[in-house]
Design a binder for this molecule. Structure first.
Ligand SMILES: C[S@@+](CC[C@H](N)C(=O)[O-])C[C@H]1O[C@@H](n2cnc3c(N)ncnc32)[C@H](O)[C@@H]1O
Length: 270
């Protein structure tokens, strides 16, 4: 057999690598169910996944309940096409009837009022000014039903504004989070994701983000300005055996620890 000349980086699919290193749709949706169950007594059905990328989370939502419906929104036609080919196609025909993907700007959507709007993996950090973030929160507020929830994640900590590279071993490759540039004057950053392989090859800047490092009080204030009635921060508990690590359990909190790097959830009630 002829030996392939392609390096591992050349033959890799960046979306597969992203889904297996960055995303954890099961934990995300476990949190969504927890927050919904704590705050609402009826069943959630329609979930809108903003910045959906490959619509991995929207697909998992549809799989999790026969009454579940999902709308995924992303403005990148290529990433949506990838999601249709690889994720939507793995749903049953009946599940596929309950999911719609739209190529659109999340600021412009006027779909049915959703029970839940999800904006994960810090995608709203792509809005660089207070006015843009406020517009986004105003439009999500309008896109939710009366008792709907906007659920987002956020990250921070004293390492968040540092220029550093953080490698993490994954199965078959190394994921590298690169905080390449941070400007303290406007809090804008350039971040990249690189992937490195056992044969020494590298997928450089597989994904790049130019975004603003928002703080929790800023986000909370802007959500309230946009008309949300209540905003709750969910903070991760500490692992009993390893106090340096989180335990994956999130609870409503008004005080957090000054960790070097944390991820929190924000739940805004319409
Ligand atoms: C950080 S990725 C997040 C992907 C996925 N939601 C996740 O949790 O991993 C950001 C995605 O948002 C999309 N995007 C950026 N700005 C957008 C906008 N204004 N409207 C719709 N999609 C947008 C990009 O095309 C990209 O797929």
């Amino acid at each position: 057999m002829k030996k392939s000349r392609l390096s591992q980086a050349e033959s890799a699919d960046r979306h597969i690598l992203y889904q297996s290193s960055v995303q954890d749709v099961e934990s995300e949706l476990d949190f969504v169910s927890q927050a919904w169950g704590e705050l609402r007594s009826r069943r959630a059905e329609l979930l809108r996944e903003d910045f959906c990328g490959t619509a991995n989370t929207a697909c998992e939502w549809v799989r999790r309940g026969q009454h579940h419906q999902a709308i995924g929104i992303d403005m990148d036609a290529d990433v949506l096409a990838w999601g249709r080919q690889h994720n939507i196609s793995s749903l049953s025909a009946e599940q596929q009837q309950r999911i719609i993907l739209l190529q659109d700007n999340v600021l412009d959507v006027s779909e049915d009022a959703a029970d839940i709007i999800l904006a994960m993996n810090f995608s709203y950090y792509l809005f660089l000014t207070r006015a843009q973030l406020r517009d986004y929160f105003l439009s999500t507020r309008q896109g939710l039903c009366e008792d709907g929830l906007l659920i987002m994640d956020a990250y921070g900590g004293y390492e968040a504004p540092m220029e550093l590279q953080e490698p993490r071993e994954c199965v078959g490759f190394t994921y590298i989070w690169d905080q390449a540039r941070f400007n303290p004057i406007d809090s804008l950053m350039d971040c990249h994701i690189h992937f490195e392989f056992n044969d020494g090859s590298r997928l450089e800047k597989a994904f790049s983000y130019h975004w603003r490092l928002w703080t929790l009080p800023e986000i909370k204030e802007i959500l309230l300005e946009a008309g949300y009635s209540r905003v709750t921060i969910y903070w991760e508990g500490t692992d009993e055996d390893n106090p340096e690590e989180g335990d994956g359990i999130y609870a409503a909190a008004t005080e957090g620890d000054a960790d070097p790097g944390w991820i929190a959830y924000i739940v805004a009630e319409a």
